[in-house]
Design a protein around this ligand. Structure first.
Ligand code: COA
Length: 262
């Protein structure tokens, strides 16, 4: 059984952990407690053998996550603002980006500020056709503080990122798809099914290789690392894994691989 709380619901369905941010009356805005609960759920999931991949979505029909909780940070000092950002990076956004299992954002409505940053920290984004996505922080006199200034440019390119951040404009699902912010657009009804279609494919693959692929892709976006060098190293290491033995044997024996994730 995985931890579930009032603010963060978690359910494992056939190896897929579905996490639902559950503050629909506040459009699932991320307050401190939600961040804590989400972090705890993720830490637990990281270590659970039975969890193969993760889907994150928001409760209700209206919002994925409408951002950090504005009421909560309204009176913050400079130091508290810095803390808010760094704790968030550490506990949620970087944590998700470096998660050892694929994480898919099922963006079911507004994904604004910290909500879009949450979706962007995930490895894949599936977006419902009613979704509105944006980084409206400059409207509040702040800037995106949960990785938005960096990850938006990585996904949509610098020009569109500048435009979205300095105008605070929201974009719809079709633009998100066109610009590379969404992998797929579906109806709201089909949203989770599309995510499960992706996780079903992942489930037949080597968990060890998938974990390594995530690590190496991320290495290319880490200015302290050389992604190509990390790739060479990790490619070599994969020859020493049980999953490699199994994958190659299965291919040569013309059977389905039964990966153990070792
Ligand atoms: N933080 C705290 N509360 C939020 C919130 C946030 N980021 N986003 C929405 N809410 C709350 C509203 O205050 C409201 O609460 P109330 O019913 O107690 O007054 C409730 O969620 C519903 O939102 P509301 O604004 O009434 O819905 P709407 O349909 O009129 O507008 C949005 C929807 C998303 C356009 C609007 O809520 C919004 O602009 N939210 C803030 C987005 C933002 O700036 N995020 C970045 C934060 S850094």
């Amino acid at each position: 059984m995985i931890m579930t709380s009032e603010l963060v619901l978690a359910e494992i369905k056939n190896g897929v952990l579905v996490i639902t941010v559950n503050r629909p009356d506040k459009l699932n805005a991320l307050n401190k407690q939600t961040i804590e609960d989400l972090h705890e759920t993720l830490v637990e999931a990281e270590n659970m053998k039975e969890v193969n991949s993760v889907i994150i979505t928001g409760a209700g029909q209206k919002a994925f996550v409408a951002g950090a909780d504005i009421a909560e940070f309204a009176n913050y000092s400079v130091e508290q603002g810095k803390q808010l950002s760094s704790i968030g990076h550490f506990k949620i956004f970087n944590f998700i980006e470096n998660f050892t299992k694929p994480v898919i954002a099922a963006v079911n409505g507004f994904a604004l500020g910290g909500g879009l940053e949450l979706a962007m920290a995930c490895h894949i984004r599936v977006v419902s056709d009613n979704a509105k996505m944006g980084l409206p922080e400059v409207s509040l006199g702040v800037i995106p503080g949960y990785g938005g200034t960096q990850r938006l440019a990585q996904l949509v390119g610098k020009g569109k990122a500048f435009e979205m951040i300095v105008t605070a404009d929201m974009i719809g699902a079709q633009d998100a798809l066109k610009w590379g912010l969404a992998n797929y657009v579906t109806t709201q009804d089909e949203l989770l099914n599309k995510c499960f279609e992706i996780t079903a494919k992942i489930q037949t693959k080597s968990p060890t290789a998938v974990k390594t692929a995530i690590k190496v892709i991320n290495a290319g976006y880490n200015s302290k690392l050389n992604g190509y060098e990390v790739e060479i190293e990790e490619f070599g290491k994969s020859f020493g894994t049980g999953d490699f033995q199994e994958g190659v044997s299965a291919f040569l024996e013309k059977r389905k691989a039964g990966f153990k994730g070792n």
